[in-house]
Design a protein around this ligand. Structure first.
Ligand code: SF4
Length: 448
């Protein structure tokens, strides 16, 4: 008999008689929880309404209107139920969630209660799920804060922007510093111990002194997290018309970043995501865990983004179309991308770095590769520029220099095919779809 050319190990006889009946063949001790335990999963819920539309805002949002919010809430609940019915989702338990917008608290207390009740009754929520919500000092009331807290929301984030009256006026915010302080107190009295405020630097007429004043106020009010953002350049079109004082120069804005990083860390905050700072133990799980541990996220609502089953994708941006698709019984998935194994590894680095550090053991466990070996030249280059530090156990972004260049560091790990393609803002990005043959990558200006 002539044997066909079969793959044998040389340790085995020519005709292998070990009777194969199971695989894998290496074992370790295992417990019931490992076999039947639920995997972790997160949710992102988008509420695309605002009670007042800010002129400097690039996101898709709608003026709050009772008719549309009712139709929207019904569709959102249907979408939640549609996901909850899928076996893949039933194999998971929700451990983290983020309700963003728009302004989620543009909904009434009753509507918020209805939404949260539906999430809890439909999805398999973990007992210690960390739900975060965004609000503005104008929208938050005692009743809404209590409704949120009593329905399982444990972290609240307020878009304060500045504690300086003239700066509030320059960005068209109908609030005064006292109202901002009061909004924070309302949240504290409702039971929230984890409160984030967003601040902005680079505002019209802002100086180092006024920036320091806003940071001091945040520290004095006892908030647990502070995030700060640079005022967006494109808003200058309207500011010129309104004859406002000029925005600080880029050098001053840069200095403001370093100053804030120093001040906040000296006052007991730890940095994460480059421009977010939290007291120890208050860093939100949502971004940190979902990025560094690759936890799948269900996107709920128009423009919401998530990643499930080897795809990252986002939902239909048009609210009317979203409602229509959901009511027809489908998931409103609009555009996205399959994540190949190679891209999953890169994504792990790109998002892991955004969470400030990448754990070597965890990375190997998740992706089966040692990132130090795979990205040797990229890491060496970043190290030589003083942007990251590599230890035996982790790659850590240096503070504050690395925090400042965090997005550049992150983009170092993009694959060639995605370089120079922009992040999407939840808007209609039809023109960026790769299927459009004549489309050319846009020029993106990043810091050197
Ligand atoms: S409240 Fe927030 S989401 Fe709404 S328009 Fe203003 S900045 Fe944009």
């Amino acid at each position: 008999m002539t044997l066909p050319n079969l793959p044998f190990w040389k340790e085995y006889p020519t005709r292998d008689s070990e009777w194969v009946r199971q695989y894998p063949t290496r074992h370790h001790s295992i417990k019931e929880e490992e076999v039947f335990g639920k995997q972790q999963m997160g949710i992102y819920v988008h509420i695309p309404f605002c009670n007042r539309l800010c002129f400097s805002c690039p996101y898709i949002k709608h003026q709050t209107d009772k008719t549309i919010t009712r139709r929207y809430l019904d569709a959102l609940k249907t979408e939640i139920s549609n996901y909850a019915a899928r076996p893949y989702v039933q194999d998971h338990e929700i451990t983290l969630g983020y309700i963003g917008g728009g302004t989620p608290t543009a909904l009434s207390s009753a509507e918020l209660e209805e939404l949260l009740g539906h999430l809890h009754s439909e999805l398999n929520m973990s007992d210690d799920v960390e739900l975060s919500i965004e609000t503005t000092p104008i929208d938050i009331t005692k009743k809404k804060a209590e409704t949120l807290y009593n329905n399982g929301v444990k972290r609240i984030s307020l878009g304060v922007q500045t504690f300086v009256q003239e700066e509030l006026e320059s960005i068209g915010r109908p609030s005064d510093p006292k109202m901002l302080e009061n909004a924070i107190k309302i949240c504290q009295e409702a039971g929230f111990t984890n409160i984030n405020i967003d601040l902005m630097h680079g505002l019209n007429g802002q100086t180092m002194e006024s920036w320091e004043y806003s940071l001091d106020k945040a520290i004095e009010l006892g908030v647990t997290c502070v995030s700060f953002y640079t005022y967006m350049e494109f808003a200058q079109v309207s500011t010129k018309r309104r004859k406002l004082p000029p925005v600080p120069t880029t050098d001053v804005v840069d200095e403001m970043f370093m100053f804030a990083a120093k001040k906040l860390t000296e006052n007991g905050f730890d940095g994460y995501f480059g421009d977010c700072f939290a007291k120890p133990g208050y860093q939100p799980r949502y971004g940190e865990r979902s990025w560094s541990e690759n936890i799948p996220i269900i996107p709920l609502g128009p423009t919401a983004t998530g990643h499930l089953k080897d795809h990252w994708y986002f939902n239909e941006p048009s609210i009317n179309k979203y409602i229509e698709v959901v009511n027809s019984g489908q998931l409103p998935i609009s555009m996205g991308q399959y994540i190949s194994k190679e891209e999953a590894i890169r994504r792990g680095m790109i998002l892991g770095v955004k969470a400030s550090k990448v754990d070597r053991k965890m990375f190997k466990h998740l992706y089966g590769v040692d990132f130090v070996e795979k990205f040797q030249s990229e890491i060496q280059d970043l190290e030589s520029k003083g942007l990251v530090e590599l230890t035996q156990n982790e790659l850590k972004v240096t503070d504050p220099k690395g925090w400042y260049y965090l997005d550049n560091i992150s983009k170092t790990f993009y694959s060639e095919s995605f370089k120079r393609y922009p992040q999407h803002l939840g808007s209609d990005i039809t023109e960026f779809q790769s299927s459009v043959a004549e489309w050319q990558p846009i020029e993106i200006t990043t810091r050197p």
